[in-house]
Design a protein around this ligand. Sequence first.
Ligand code: IMP
Length: 432
Amino acid sequence: MLPPFLQPDRMPTTCVVGILWGDEGKGKVIDYLAADADYVVRYGGGHNAGHTLVLPSGKVVLNLVPSGVVREHTKNVIGNGVVVDPIHLCAEIDRLTERGVKIELGQNLLVSERAHVIVGAHREQDHWTENLRGDTKIGTTGRGIGPAYGDRSARIGLRLGDLIRPDRLAAAVAAFAHQKNAWFEPAGLPRIDVDSTIAELRAAGERLAPAIQDTGRLLREARLAGQRILIEGAQGCLLDLEHGTYPFVTSSNASTGGAFSGTGLPPHELEVIGIAKAYATRVGEGPFPTEYDGDLADRLRQAGNEFGSATGRPRRCGAFDSVAVRYSGAVAGVDRLVLTNLDVLRGFELRIAVGYKLPDGSTTTAMPAFDLERVEPEYVELPGFDEDVTNVREWAGLPANARAYVEAIEEHTGLAVRTISVGPGREQVIVR
Ligand code: IMP
């Protein structure tokens, strides 16, 4: 039987978002839903993302290319809200092609001409800014994401469409370098060389040209024609520039808000599926109220193989946080949750944070905008389960304690858990 969100009476546009700080397993869910989608569209972030798909032929990690690319009939769109390193995109296409994934530019892979471009100078600036921050560093992926979005806002950015317009490209790179070199040189950052930058971007542009299009228009027309559009979030709601744990966030609207501005689709009814891990993880710096330390953290990291798919960094691990999940679910307009990695919790004690004790001694169930590093979570404890659940495919087949844990998550978050993932494989799913 099809899961409820794949049944034909559903709204045509679905958005999948990570609920906390990313790495919730969106890739697998998108891959699953892409079976029924005409388009899969990325709306934000860049190659800071790492979406892992486990296919019958093995594991594939995608950074920029949307997760529908492994489905033959699906068109994949990198929307205008994404920041694109064109050199990385070309390398990613090569890597996927070597793995047998069929990519036809302009056919099953399209990139918005309005998407902004990441160049080497952005990476240099990313590292330089992090060094300057010292102890308060964000722990970015170092891929130039923040500086590229910064230049977009400062109105000196380059757009993908510039790459296929030689005259515009020369003028745009010259203006960009003029602005940046004015402070790069005094700051000790490498000077941007206009000629080599133009040459590099022109070469990438020539290769990507068939894919560089007005994708907003394409998507608007597709929607009016009743085609199914699946919008793929990157990172997670708590990394959202405005609603996340600022300043320890990424530089785009990773929550559902970005789904319209980052694709060119007009606001319309959207089904929102939130992806939450059965516990919590975070990569990079910043507050994480339910974080474990010591042996418990190490055990969970090993059990869940919690190492970043884009950068390989060990992820920080902790308990399920219903305060954070409820907040993100409300901001993102989540209709239902997919709970991932339930199998990983085998043999662990189960606890759910249900409130935060504030420094003044009071308790809140609301997500504070400040001083999150000073709250103390209040937990409910639940009995654990020792059974291997990776082969379970039915709700009734889960151990009673695992079911009670999922029900407690629903109770404390106020969100329905309709789908549970019990392993990385496509088939390791329980639909209730
Ligand atoms: P940036 O996006 O590289 O600027 O990094 C900002 C913060 O977002 C850092 O804490 C990163 O670790 C985190 N981050 C960025 N992309 C991802 C992702 O795809 N998954 C998890 N964390 C991410």
